[in-house]
Design a protein around this ligand. Structure first.
Ligand code: MRU
Length: 359
């Protein structure tokens, strides 16, 4: 099966009978377009942990549907809430950095807690609706982020992006790729340079794939070529996604993002982070409070190589994310507008939080 229109891919959805979550398996793209059905907690945990579903918003949406499916499959029982909280804790432990996962699971749990005395049918229907609402809200948010992002793009601009923050990672348009896809639809021509994004190649496998399908002018580069294209004057802005934004604007995103931001500063290129307000975590004061996921050595040495790229005995350090210091970020583009420094104030405004006690 082939994907015709990248802005209308159902990357995460509920099976018609409500007994499984269906995901487009991103780990197989671009070579194979296959869907996987998740019914059991371990399958769900593995799908998130092994990046078969990935991208902060998509992980959150998937987890919300998973919570509904687990409730529906278990059926009515006396300790329903206790079991659902256990499921939630298990799913939340599958990946630590993207706050959307915790945010979506906690949102479902909060609803479940508030309607625990209702009939079983009402409980299930309410949980299903909440998961659908999370996905619908994400579609609307991505579109608004795309509009705000488009406001900083000009005809002919060169844009560098890292990792994948497109439709596959979200709903419909994506975050960092949203303005680019919208520009294309509106006849504004931009040239995109996609970092391949070692070690899991989200840039090569997913970003280049999505943009190419959409007819956007995209050029793939290795991560260590970003400085070279910037120095030639080919890049007018960097657009990246985010997995968690701390209260001071420090931003966790795919490993390598902070290096791109440092280069952008050196060359005087604006560096924008794009993401929904659900990715802002005001409980993290700074990036130092954001947990960073460490992954297996084999992703560096063996995946995508015909032969291991390094001796078996060599140690690897494989952090999946890094933190970009807020001082390197020009603006954080959310569905509520563009937050500019000082981020402590602007992010609070964007999140509509008036009474954060730690500030
Ligand atoms: O490890 P991944 O592929 O889940 O990392 C994804 C990213 O870093 C994305 O940039 C981020 O989740 C934003 S997706 C809109």
């Amino acid at each position: 099966m082939d994907i015709k229109n990248v802005t209308h891919v159902d990357n995460v959805k509920l099976r018609d009978d409500g007994q499984a979550v269906v995901i487009l398996d991103q780990s197989l793209l671009p070579g194979r377009t296959e869907y996987a059905e998740l019914e059991k907690p371990q399958e769900m945990y593995d799908a998130i942990g092994k990046l078969r579903v990935r991208g902060a918003p998509a992980i959150g949406i998937c987890a919300a549907y998973c919570m509904y499916v687990l409730a529906a499959r278990r059926g009515k029982c006396d300790n329903f809430l206790q079991e659902l909280h256990k499921d939630g804790d298990f799913l939340k432990s599958s990946r630590p950095t993207a706050v959307n996962l915790k945010w979506a699971v906690d949102r479902i749990l909060k609803v479940a807690d508030s309607i625990a005395d209702e009939s079983w049918d009402k409980i299930l229907e309410t949980l299903r609706k909440e998961a659908v609402t999370i996905q619908e809200e994400d579609m609307a948010m991505c579109f608004k982020i795309s509009e705000y992002g488009l406001s900083v793009i000009k005809e002919g601009d060169g844009i560098l992006t890292h990792c994948n923050a497109g439709p596959l990672a979200t709903s419909r348009y994506g975050t960092a790729l949203g303005p680019i896809l919208l520009a294309k639809e509106r006849g504004i021509n931009v040239k995109v340079f996609a970092d391949e994004t070692r070690p899991l190649l989200q840039g090569a496998r997913l970003t280049a794939y999505e943009l190419d399908k959409a007819g956007v002018d995209v050029t793939l580069i290795c991560d260590n070529m970003a400085s070279s294209v910037m120095s030639r004057g080919w890049i007018q802005a960097c657009f990246v996604g985010c997995d968690r934004v701390a209260a001071n604007g420090d931003t966790a995103n795919k490993i390598g993002t902070s290096g791109v931001a440092i280069l952008a500063k050196h060359y005087g290129i604006p560096f924008y982070v794009l993401g929904p307000t659900s990715t802002i975590d005001l409980e993290c004061r700074t990036g130092a409070d954001i947990p960073i996921e460490l992954r297996e050595a084999e992703e560096i040495k063996k995946m995508f190589f015909r032969e291991p790229s390094s001796p078996e005995s060599v140690k690897c350090y494989n952090p999946a994310f890094d933190v970009t210091d807020h001082s390197l970020i020009t603006g954080i583009i959310t569905e509520n507008g563009i937050a500019y420094p000082p981020f402590e104030e602007s992010l609070k405004r964007m999140s509509n939080v008036q009474d954060a006690t730690f500030l």
